[in-house]
Design a protein around this ligand. Structure first.
Ligand SMILES: Nc1ncnc2c1ncn2[C@@H]1O[C@H](COP(=O)(O)OP(=O)(O)O)[C@@H](O)[C@H]1O
Ligand SMILES: [Mg+2]
Length: 224
């Protein structure tokens, strides 16, 4: 039996809007095990990104229990959260969030250099990762010189760079045509076969169906 990478119990999250309080997550309980490929599916505004921010230690809940890889997240401060986030999570965003002035190779090597990896090793590893995502012949291209699907593959390589415990993708196909989107989904399937744990957030049922498990978010609650 694999270990839980995500354990949530009765997670509540609300936003204060002036005098009002908008409760977005209402006592969510959730367990995700190492090696799973899970889609979190829900309509726009249902709280998917709010949930992702908590899973990714970008934000913390108002109440409830959250353990990431066995570590209790609630009790930690900003700096500690950043350390956990950098170590445990590889983020992939709808709009890629690549550095536009830098080549694919630099974009993937940067997080490794920030972690203190030696320059030569960082570039070797970045090259291997770009080859892994099928961009071995595009390492010197800047984001603008790549298609959307290729840019997303660079961001997957960047997310993989730190060997994170979880790949966390928020609408990763949202900015892509259906052909590129389905190529990206096939890449996630391959990466999952290789043992990566993937949590993918989407409003698109067709995309979600490619994952091995679907968690529905509706009215602040989750359903299997
Ligand atoms: N920082 C914020 N402050 C106030 N309200 C927010 C904030 N972020 C999100 N919301 C509200 O919370 C709800 C859920 O948002 P979000 O988690 O982004 O949903 P989704 O990603 O499913 O579209 C929405 O009604 C949104 O307007
Ligand atoms: Mg969202």
């Amino acid at each position: 039996m694999n270990e839980n990478v995500i354990y949530m119990k009765d997670i509540v999250k609300s936003y204060k809007m002036g005098k009002n309080k908008l409760t977005v997550l209402k006592e969510i309980s959730l367990e995700i095990k190492e090696g799973e490929f899970v889609a979190v599916l829900g309509p726009s505004g249902s709280g998917k990104s709010t949930l992702m921010n908590i899973i990714g230690c970008i934000d913390i809940s108002d109440s409830g229990e959250y353990k990431l890889a066995g570590k209790d997240i609630k009790a930690r401060n900003e700096d500690e959260l950043a350390v956990i986030r950098n170590k445990e999570i590889g983020f992939i965003f709808q709009k890629f969030n690549l550095l536009s002035k830098y080549t694919a190779l630099h974009n993937v090597a940067f997080p490794l250099l920030l972690r203190g990896m030696k320059i030569e090793d960082a570039y070797t590893r970045a090259t291997e990762l770009l080859e892994r995502v099928g961009l071995g012949d595009r390492v010197d291209h800047k984001p603008m010189e790549l298609s959307g699907g290729q840019q997303q593959r660079v961001s997957i390589a960047r997310a993989l760079a730190g060997s994170p415990r979880i790949l966390l993708a928020d609408e990763p196909t949202g900015a892509l045509d259906s052909q590129s989107g389905s190529e990206i989904m096939n890449m996630f399937l391959e990466l999952n076969e290789e043992g990566n744990t993937i949590i993918l957030i989407t409003h698109d049922l067709e995309i979600a169906k490619k994952a091995k498990r679907i968690i529905h978010v509706k009215d602040g609650k989750v359903y299997e």
